[in-house]
Ligand binder design. Structure first.
Ligand SMILES: *Cc1c(COP(=O)(O)O)cnc(C)c1O
Length: 354
């Protein structure tokens, strides 16, 4: 039986996507060949790549607006350095909202001056900083829109005059924000789009080609764009599966529709965290993530019975990250509402045993 998968990543994908993806591994489009044994330059795979890029731009409302989509390898972690490599000439600003932002900062420091425009480190990243000033001489400002580990999310996108860059690994395609506020954003596929192995980058083309350093081909967005994400062999299976997820999203009403669904799920879990005397939320209420709900046991409550209850209920992946402890319910696009309802029931049952 399929478990209720609350894993933070790699994470749940729609069942129909899993089915189609596994069928394509056996026989792709009735070709008598597997998706993973055909040339990436075959017309069949080029069509997949084009469709995936097209859907990514379409869903974010960025088609014909000067943006391009890339599917590369190396994960979001490679984008930490690739963004700086391609865009940091003198000085860049970062808002430090967690472990992933901190890693992005560390990589960027290899390429130029980096300033922390704001940080929530002093409170173990349980909130999103507000009311800071953004210097006007930055090459760009980098933010992490959703902090997967700590369960915080930018509810408002900062207004900037400098280019805005974002790591959207754990909330891309989950809510209807104005994506055109960003000049570049990226996401590892494995949270809300596909298996690990590919990273989506959406970039405004006129942002590029402005730094004076020489950039190695594989690290160079312009080279990658010129070869249409096929400078070398692309990760065909993750890209195909991502395409299927984006098709699923489009067929189900796109981002507007999934956002409603995600809000309902988030309300269910947060209402229970706030109501239930055994638990308390980790993140500041106004900054709570609609993708990763983090919560801890109230002081003095023993959680071992809770752990066995959710395990018995076929719930998987609820353990919090070691830097936060407690629990984390990742409620990505593909997680059904029934799974959240079940978790809420288990939390109620646990409270009754106290
Ligand atoms: C998971 C995650 C990453 C790391 O992604 P990789 O693809 O493993 O490099 C980076 N940023 C955020 C916000 C994440 O959730």
């Amino acid at each position: 039986m399929k478990k209720h998968n609350f894993s933070a990543g790699p994470s749940i994908l729609p069942e129909s996507v899993m089915k189609k993806a596994s069928e394509a591994v056996i026989d792709f489009n009735g070709m008598g060949l597997s998706l993973i044994e055909i040339s990436h330059r075959s017309k069949e795979f080029i069509a997949v790549m084009e469709r995936a890029q097209d859907l990514a731009l379409e869903l974010t409302g960025l088609k014909s607006k000067g943006y391009k989509a890339l599917f590369l390898q190396g994960g979001a972690s490679m984008q930490f350095l690739m963004t700086a490599y391609n865009l940091l000439e003198t000085k860049a600003g970062y808002i430090n909202t967690g472990a992933w932002s901190s890693k992005a900062i560390k990589e960027a420091m290899l390429f130029g001056e980096v300033i922390e425009v704001a940080s929530s480190k002093d409170r173990n990243f349980n909130f999103i900083p507000k009311g800071y000033e953004i210097p006007s001489d930055l090459n760009y400002l980098h933010i992490t829109t959703n902090n997967t580990i700590f369960g915080t999310q930018f509810q408002e996108i900062p207004e900037t005059k400098v280019p805005l860059i974002a790591d959207m690994s754990s909330d891309i395609f989950s809510r209807s924000i104005d994506y055109s506020k960003f000049d570049l954003f990226y996401a590892g596929a494995q949270k809300n789009m596909g298996p690990s192995g590919t990273t989506l980058i959406i970039v405004k083309e006129d942002l590029l080609g402005k730094v004076s350093r020489t950039i190695p081909s594989m690290m160079n967005y312009q080279v990658q764009l010129k070869s249409d994400s096929m400078f070398n062999t692309p990760p065909v299976f993750p890209i195909y599966t991502s395409m299927l997820t984006l098709e699923w999203l489009e067929e189900n009403g796109g981002i507007n529709q999934i956002e409603k669904h995600n809000k309902t799920k988030a309300e269910l879990i947060y209402n229970e965290i706030d109501r239930n005397s055994a638990f308390e939320g980790f993140a500041a209420k106004e900054d709570r993530s609609n993708m990763n709900a983090t919560f801890n046991l109230v002081n003095g409550v023993d959680g071992s019975l809770f752990d066995s209850l959710w395990n018995q209920a076929d719930i998987s992946g609820l353990k919090g990250h070691r830097s936060v402890g407690g629990y984390r319910a990742s409620i990505y696009n593909a997680l059904p509402q029934e799974s959240v309802e079940l978790l809420v029931d288990v939390m109620k049952k646990f409270e009754q045993t106290l």
